[in-house]
Write a protein that binds this ligand. Structure first.
Ligand code: UP6
Length: 281
């Protein structure tokens, strides 16, 4: 499936409607970039959606870190997602029993199911989490990603865990359309793989640097990861070597003085890595 184009995968009859829309707009806009909009104010969130909208396929949110969350801001975000043709992905990482996640998805302050095209869930609690979320989201035409691997150091997502997670997705093709993972974990071309922990300057470049110059203090810590266990790889590694489909980039873009220019660098790097992968065919 790594060799099939996004467009060809959109055309498969068994591809979930959300994945179809995603693959199609990725081909149209020439982007496999998802920006992780980890900001604390709605105005900044909307500014990101307006400026980066044309460059991204998905905007990933953490609405529970917003200090001024409002449904009014969410409605504006929805308008921008229509205007610039990107999907909204609330990175809620549901992880409880089916009945609880159903309420968390539908209700509370955030009413996630009313606006987010995509949500995700940990598989740790078993298949009930999917059944619960599906009871709310399927009729709304929404889709879910299962977290099969994590980017952080010491993550407990073992090979067996990842394998069982893929099987769980396989039993719910009408709702689960892909994975959060560091690499391609499913052989089905209809599955979408999205990968976080991406920066243009990753640990690998650093290792080479370290071999030559040794003193560790020469290498800014942020090139390796962060102080809290995040680990980074490059767009090229993620898309071409690991066979994932979408790069998720937060601080790589957010910490730049010109976010649009930086996002364009990531879009280009991700897209070129995709083109080289598809042309290997
Ligand atoms: N994220 C990860 N790793 C995972 C799953 N999710 O980093 O395994 C999310 C984080 C954050 C984003 O919650 O929103 O992806 C990564 O941000 P960064 O690019 O600034 O490190």
């Amino acid at each position: 499936s790594g060799e099939m184009s996004y467009g060809a995968r959109a055309a498969l009859s068994s591809t979930h409607p959300i994945a179809k829309r995603m693959f199609t707009l990725m081909e149209e806009k020439h982007t496999n970039l998802c920006v992780s909009a980890d900001v604390t104010h709605t105005q900044e969130l909307l500014e990101l959606a307006e400026t980066l909208g044309p460059l991204i396929c998905v905007m990933k949110t953490h609405v529970d870190i917003l200090q001024d969350f409002s449904m009014d801001a969410i409605n504006k975000l929805k308008e921008l997602s229509d205007k610039h043709n990107f999907l909204i992905f609330e990175d809620r990482k549901f992880a409880d029993i089916g009945n609880t996640v159903k309420h968390q998805y539908e209700g509370g302050v955030y009413r996630i199911s009313s606006w987010s095209h995509i949500i995700n869930a940990h598989s740790v609690s078993g298949p009930g989490v999917v059944t619960g979320l599906k009871a709310v989201g399927q009729s709304l035409g929404h889709g879910c990603l299962l977290i099969a691997q994590m980017s952080s150091q010491g993550a407990l997502t073992t090979e067996q865990y990842t394998h069982t997670t893929v099987k769980m997705a396989d039993s719910h093709p009408d709702f689960v359309f892909g994975f959060i993972s560091g690499s391609k974990v499913s052989t089905k071309p209809e599955h979408v793989h999205m990968t976080p922990g991406v920066q243009l300057q990753s640990g690998e470049i650093c290792s080479v640097f370290n071999l030559v110059f040794n003193p560790r203090c020469f290498v800014p810590r942020r090139f390796l990861g962060d102080e809290l266990g995040q680990q980074y790889t490059t767009p090229e590694q993620v898309i071409r070597l690991k066979g994932s489909d979408i790069i998720i980039v937060g601080r790589g873009i957010l910490s730049a003085s010109d976010r649009r220019k930086e996002a364009e660098k990531y879009r280009k790097a991700g897209w070129e890595a995709y083109l080289s992968r598809v042309s290997l065919n």
